[in-house]
Design a protein around this ligand. Structure first.
Ligand code: GUN
Length: 616
């Protein structure tokens, strides 16, 4: 899996199948080969890139079986993109068993030309007892070893019912197998009863215990209500039989829920029904109605996917999910569960987002970027802070800074509904946020001392605090010792470059108020902060190229700091810890070991130059 855009755990990604690359997030509509309601070629026009069908149904039906075996699945369904096949597990769950075994089912899927074949996993129901679920997971895992997927991708479902630890166990077991495609199974009963809070826990426990290089699929998760939240938690692919199932019941999917078609007086602009009235629908025969309702439902799914893609590109998916949580009580409850994972999500969150942080209500304080800021605040602020009201800070900044410089106490200014170190005034997300003005009454602290002599320099303390926020406690003093020279923009008054002894150490990015390091800055951090911190270690093969300024590829990394923050400045060092270069990490330390393909650190400064090596 290659990641094109990311927003925390959410990603726009791409992976190869025998029938071309598949870009995610996406929905695979379920095709019942017995009853094709919307043809796969028509689906393509709506945005469908891959479909899923059931190999068990095909195998059981002599006519379908012969056709699939002789001409292949792609020709049978008239679809030239990736086709995934399911194995009969779901039928086994519904009917209590199937007549085929695992190895035979996988062989059959291969022989009809499926791109993604699925083992016959053991479905775990929400009400199943713990021990039974554990056995089902182990049997499912053992079944991966019974099969050879050939050129197809192999789907190894993660089971585990509603038990957090068993989901984690299953994800870890599957990660150690040759299944390179990981569906989350056993969730249809939860989806059908809108138990989204349970799903949040299931997805989180599955996702963070599986390698990030493998696509994650949510079996049956095709409702536009829940898609954004699932993508936020790292789901790449959904499938949907619901588009036909609901249509058959006269039900229509909408971004915020499901409606009875007979009660909808006007259809949304994205719906193929938009020019119709109830009387037009009443005039349709059953078949026609099923077609139009299914088409509407597919449009609902794909317009949601499109919205989610936009949000990932903008890095505002969290805000979208937050606002969407108000659409339905089940989503609101699920969002509460999601918020309980904010600290976990923070570890996958970029150092800054492309767009401003949007404050919507107090729950915005649980946005992973806000959580990062408040964790910093806890470690940064010692006793007896001085609270500076917004009006005073904005109206009389010079006087506030003068008092700051004559004191040793932490100065906090109001940010949203809390207080943040004044030194972070220009830094994401303190500066880059949109929200209503709230005027808090400052906590009553002790009064500020009488003005005395100047004890510190605000600009120097500011760059140090930003460095501590960006690189960890202590980095500020390492990078910017006394005597550091700070140059500000004449136009904006904001800090631009920081040097020492005439040598530039860092620049402050106007966009997010964080630092880009020069080689001198990298050297200072490297010398002052030891161990693995802030580092990726590359092998011998890569060393000369990175020293010459070429990017670091995942496959050359031998070790790294697990606490690397995605998008943050990262030191590139040799196996023996010689500093080679500095650049931006493309993923967090928690993801670093997952990937083999692509750029891990985009190098911007290096010890040598391109001329030192011939291009790789
Ligand atoms: N379809 C819906 N749920 C499941 C599941 O758990 N396993 C498989 N193989 N298919 C499914």
């Amino acid at each position: 899996m290659e990641v094109l855009f990311r927003d925390g755990l959410a990603r726009i990604g791409r992976f190869s199948t025998p029938h071309g690359e598949l870009e995610t997030p996406t929905v695979m509509p379920v095709i019942n080969p017995n009853i094709i309601v919307v043809s796969p070629s028509e689906m393509k026009r709506i945005g469908v890139r891959a479909i899923i069908t059931n190999s068990y149904i095909i195998r059981r039906n002599a006519e379908l079986r012969e056709k699939a075996l002789s001409s292949g699945l792609h020709s049978m369904l008239s679809f030239d993109g990736p086709i995934m096949t399911d194995s009969g597990t779901f039928q086994s769950y519904v009917y209590g068993g199937v007549e085929y075994d695992n190895a035979g089912m996988v062989e059959f899927q291969k022989s009809i030309g499926s791109d993604i074949v699925t083992i016959l996993d053991v479905f775990t129901k929400p009400e199943d007892p713990y021990e039974q679920v554990r056995r089902a997971i182990e049997v499912t895992r053992a079944r991966v070893d019974e099969v050879d997927p050939g050129d197809s991708l192999l789907a190894g479902p993660i089971q585990g019912s509603i038990y957090d630890d068993l989901r984690a166990y299953s994800a870890k077991l599957m990660s150690g197998s040759k299944a390179t495609y990981l569906p989350i199974g056993g969730v249809v009963p939860l989806l059908e009863s809108y138990r989204y809070a349970d799903l949040v826990r299931i997805i989180v426990n599955s996702k963070v215990n599986a390698p990030f290089s493998r696509p994650i699929h949510l079996f049956g998760g095709g409702h536009p209500m829940f898609i954004p939240m699932a993508v936020l938690l790292g789901v790449d692919i959904f499938d949907s039989a619901s588009y036909v199932k609901y249509a058959r019941d006269g039900r229509l999917l909408f971004p915020d829920g499901t409606r009875d078609a007979s009660e909808v007086l006007e259809f949304p602009y994205w719906s193929p029904l938009r020019d119709m009235q109830q009387r037009d629908i009443a005039a349709m025969d059953k078949r026609e109605r099923l077609y139009w309702f299914s088409l509407h439902n597919l449009h609902a799914l794909f317009s949601e996917i499109r919205e989610v893609r936009i949000r990932i590109e903008e890095q505002t998916l969290w805000e979208y999910v937050q606002s969407k949580a108000m659409a339905h009580p089940t989503l609101l409850e699920a969002f509460r569960t999601l918020r309980s994972y904010s600290r976990l999500l923070e570890r996958y969150t970029e150092v800054s987002k492309k767009n401003s942080f949007m404050y919507l209500d107090t729950r915005s304080l649980e946005h992973p970027s806000a959580v990062r800021l408040s964790r910093f605040l806890e470690s940064f602020v010692g006793g007896d802070p001085v609270f500076v009201p917004r009006a005073e800070y904005e109206g009389n900044r010079g006087a506030v800074i003068s008092r700051y410089e004559r004191s040793q106490r932490p100065f906090l200014v109001q940010w949203m509904h809390g207080w943040v170190p004044m030194e972070l005034e220009d830094t994401y997300p303190v500066q880059q946020y949109v929200g209503p003005e709230a005027r808090l009454i400052p906590d009553v602290g002790s009064p500020l001392e009488e003005e005395g002599q100047r004890l510190r320099d605000f600009d120097l303390e500011k760059v140090r605090a930003i460095a501590d926020y960006q690189f960890g406690k202590g980095a500020g003093r390492v990078l910017f010792p006394d005597g550091t020279e700070i140059v500000k923009s004449r136009a904006t008054g904001r800090i631009r470059t920081i040097s020492y002894g005439g040598v530039q150490v860092a620049t402050m990015r106007p966009k997010d108020g964080l630092f880009t390091l020069t080689m001198e800055g990298a050297r200072r951090l490297h010398q002052g902060i030891g161990g693995k911190r802030l580092r990726v270690f590359v092998n011998r093969e890569s060393e000369a190229f990175n020293r010459a300024g070429y990017n670091v590829f995942f496959k050359f990394i031998v070790d790294f700091d697990p606490e690397i923050v995605a998008g943050n400045e990262t030191l590139v060092v040799s196996e023996g810890d010689d500093l080679l270069a500095v650049g931006k990490a493309s993923v967090s330390g928690l993801e670093m070991a997952s990937y083999r393909k692509g750029v891990a650190v985009k190098v911007h400064h290096s010890a040598g130059s391109h001329a030192d090596v011939s291009a790789p």
